[in-house]
Write a protein that binds this ligand. Structure first.
Ligand SMILES: [Ca+2]
Length: 403
């Protein structure tokens, strides 16, 4: 009898647990509240609870939902019609809260509006924001998440500028990516990744990529970076002490030079390494005694490189021939093929030697483009990778539970 009672209690507990963990709801938003749906995104958010999903049906003729959206819960936003973004005319603001997770798919933010956060996150937990397959003001609006304790993943989006303090920017079509300091109380435990973005600015005196934070190591990989100004194209003004940072396999183009500048003018810089490998560029300008800079296997069509205060430079090649498209749709082809760093950690995804430029290495541009086709995809795998030829012995031990 006692045993039966115990079993009943267990089953009841399990039942309540299941109910509690599976109570996330889908709330549907449709034009005019058709079919009992919510008529506005705002009303759906008001009725939602943390963990819910808001499914938004694009209006006919792609007319926008005319409302400014403020997200004050952990919610996921998706389109009801696969492959069609829902349009919103108004600002899209995400309110800060420790532990909050907000994911936005398929947003078409229209008018002169931006995706913003109004304040820093405070408390002992971070916040995470994911923006995927979205477009801001037809590529001319901004995404500003440069707030303390916010980790962002912005993937496959079109906008003018992205500001953040930590996270990943992957396969975006934009003019500028800026990473500022994270002065939050709880730091993230992984690095910053800027991968396979098309970053093309025609603004004078704008640096397409700018990093000025000492909290995280950074990886700037396989980007197409072009500026019509005479300024810097990748600008690093501070980095985390005792880290190794990577600027690899980028295509860098400017009017006067193809320049990366390592500058010590930011705050918090301590001794650190910066590896600049397998890029198409023509100039590296180091003005930071805390940075130990290595530049190898870079190429340029120019007759000479301008490498100022680079600590180690080898295997960089001038006068190379290759062709590329200014629209970034065609990859560089020519002397850069199979000419990158032969170390196996840089091996291409077809297992050949690294192709210098965007197509080379594990984070090949080819993994991510064409983007914005609104198909689901895996955008990042945090797996160590190495190619090994030969025979070796693995020292393997296993353990497990026994009954
Ligand atoms: Ca290759």
């Amino acid at each position: 009898m006692e045993i039966k009672l115990s079993k009943t209690i267990k089953i009841t507990t399990l039942f309540f647990l299941m109910v509690f963990t599976s109570n996330a709801a889908d709330l549907v938003v449709r034009d005019g509240g058709a079919g009992g749906a919510y008529a506005t995104i705002t009303s759906a958010i008001a009725a939602a609870s943390d963990g819910d999903r808001i499914i938004i049906r694009p209006k006919s003729s792609n007319l926008p939902y005319i409302e400014s959206v403020s997200v004050n819960k952990s919610l996921t936003f998706v389109t009801e019609i696969h492959g069609v973004r829902y349009a919103v005319l108004g600002n899209f603001n995400i309110e800060a809260a420790a532990g909050r997770i907000v994911t936005v798919h398929d947003l078409e933010l229209e008018g002169t509006n931006n995706v913003t956060m109004s304040s820093d996150v405070t408390g002992n937990d971070r916040m995470q924001i994911n923006i995927l397959n979205s477009r801001v003001n037809n590529g001319f609006g901004d995404i500003n998440f440069q707030k303390n304790s916010v980790t962002v993943n912005v993937v496959g989006c079109s906008f003018r500028s992205l500001r953040m303090v930590h996270g990943k920017a992957i396969a975006n079509d934009c003019e500028k990516i800026i990473v500022g300091p994270d002065n939050g109380t709880v730091l993230a435990n992984d690095d910053i990744y800027i991968i396979a973005n098309k970053i093309f600015t025609s603004d004078l005196n704008v640096d397409p990529v700018e990093i000025f934070q000492p909290q995280y190591a950074f990886h700037v990989l396989n980007n197409y970076i072009k500026s019509l100004s005479g300024s810097n194209y990748v600008l690093i003004t501070s980095a985390k002490e005792n880290t190794t940072n990577f600027i690899n396999n980028n295509y860098v183009e400017g009017t006067t030079s193809q320049r990366i500048r390592i500058d010590g003018s930011g705050t918090g810089t301590g001794t650190h390494n910066i590896v600049i490998n397998n890029n198409i560029l023509s100039a590296i300008d180091v003005n930071n005694s805390d940075a130990f800079v290595v530049a190898t296997y870079n190429v340029t069509t120019n007759t000479a490189f301008s490498f100022s205060s680079v600590d180690i430079q080898s295997n960089n090649t001038t006068n190379v021939n290759f062709t590329t498209s200014p629209t970034a749709d065609i990859l560089a082809v020519g002397d850069n093929i199979n000419a990158g760093d032969p170390n196996s950690i840089y091996t291409d995804i077809d297992l050949t030697r690294n192709d210098i430029g965007r197509a080379g290495g594990s984070f090949s541009w080819n993994n991510y483009w064409p983007l914005q086709d609104q198909q689901p995809y895996v955008f990042f795998l945090n797996t160590p990778r190495i190619i090994f030829n030969g025979i070796t012995t693995f020292d393997a031990n296993g353990s497990g539970t026994t009954n």
